[in-house]
Write a protein that binds this ligand. Structure first.
Ligand code: AMP
Length: 285
């Protein structure tokens, strides 16, 4: 596996592959690679003939007081995992390579980003959109793989790819979970043993909403209550939001249908976790 550290090198590498007739897959990550990330790499390997995975803890998407400094960093183990997953090239830039002195551009996607993560974390989505736009420009036309766990982000990225005529196909991949339902996340490393035991309450709420939907409940308030209840009942958890939303606009709904999405965000002893599911998902959780 080749390692490149500047956008210019990445551009040269992917342009050469395209000239040779390869389809390039891109998997953007912030590292602390886990099986969720590796599932995106597997999908990229299946759909493309060359795969780039990026590891970059993007300072622009962290607000003041968030966990930028303590975000898990493990570049050596990460590179091993990516190599074992068949990734051809790891893009591992320093912040200075992405944001040299004088950097002054922000990309912002205006619709679908106002609520939920956009409201709780001001500036977060503009930070994500800016780094993703830079990765897209450097990689060029490709298939880019994102996780459904961060559904609002994936929807925003699909909009960005379309609106900026990037020629990039955004592929959204299912959430990988622990056996007890907890969605894999780099931030799960922060959970102490008690918090780890409490953390599946988000998935339990989503599962309860899927079951209620399957049993005929359509009122969004009642379904959102199913999502919220196990989180509220968990003493270590603090609920931020639980909602039933439109799958593209993320606007809150009054009545749900099979494509509607349940969202939940909560902190477990200060560790912020997100989860989501489509209510009519045939496999559930
Ligand atoms: P992150 O490193 O957390 O920024 O995540 C990088 C990519 O992996 C994003 O597209 C995430 O949505 C995706 N991802 C994170 N957790 C999971 C998971 N449990 N299952 C599938 N994809 C995931």
């Amino acid at each position: 596996m080749e390692v490149v550290t500047t956008p210019a090198e990445l551009r040269r590498r992917t342009a050469a592959w395209r000239r040779q007739g390869h389809r390039v897959g891109l998997v953007p990550t912030m590292g602390a690679i886990h099986a969720g990330h590796l599932s995106l790499c597997d999908r990229a390997r299946a759909g493309c003939t060359r795969v780039v995975a990026s590891i970059f803890i993007n300072p622009l998407q962290f607000g003041t007081g968030e966990d930028l400094e303590r975000y898990p960093r493990d570049p050596v183990a990460d590179q091993e995992r990516l190599r074992d997953a068949g990734v051809d090239c790891c893009f591992l830039p320093e912040p200075r390579a992405m944001y040299p002195r004088g950097f002054a551009t922000r990309v912002s996607v205006e619709r679908g980003t106002e609520r939920w993560e956009g409201a709780v974390r001001p500036g977060h989505f503009a930070g994500v959109a800016t780094v993703v736009a830079k990765l897209f420009v450097a990689t060029g036309p490709c298939w880019a793989y994102f996780g459904d766990k961060d559904a609002q982000q994936a929807q925003m990225v699909a909009r960005l790819a379309h609106d900026l005529d990037t020629g990039i196909r955004v592929v959204v991949c299912p959430t990988v979970r622990e056996p007890d339902g907890l969605a894999l996340s780099s931030r799960n490393r922060y959970l102490d043993p008690e918090s780890r035991q409490a953390a599946p309450c988000l998935a339990q709420g989503l599962r309860a909403a899927v079951a209620a939907f399957a049993a005929g409940t359509r009122g969004a308030a009642a379904l959102a209550e199913h999502v919220a209840a196990p989180v509220r009942d968990q003493p270590l958890a603090e609920l931020e939001y639980a909602a039933i939303v439109h799958p593209r606009t993320f606007a809150p709904l009054r009545r749900a249908d099979a494509r509607s999405r349940a969202l939940v965000a909560a902190s477990i002893r200060g560790v912020r976790l997100l989860d989501t599911i489509i209510l009519g998902a045939p496999a559930g959780l």
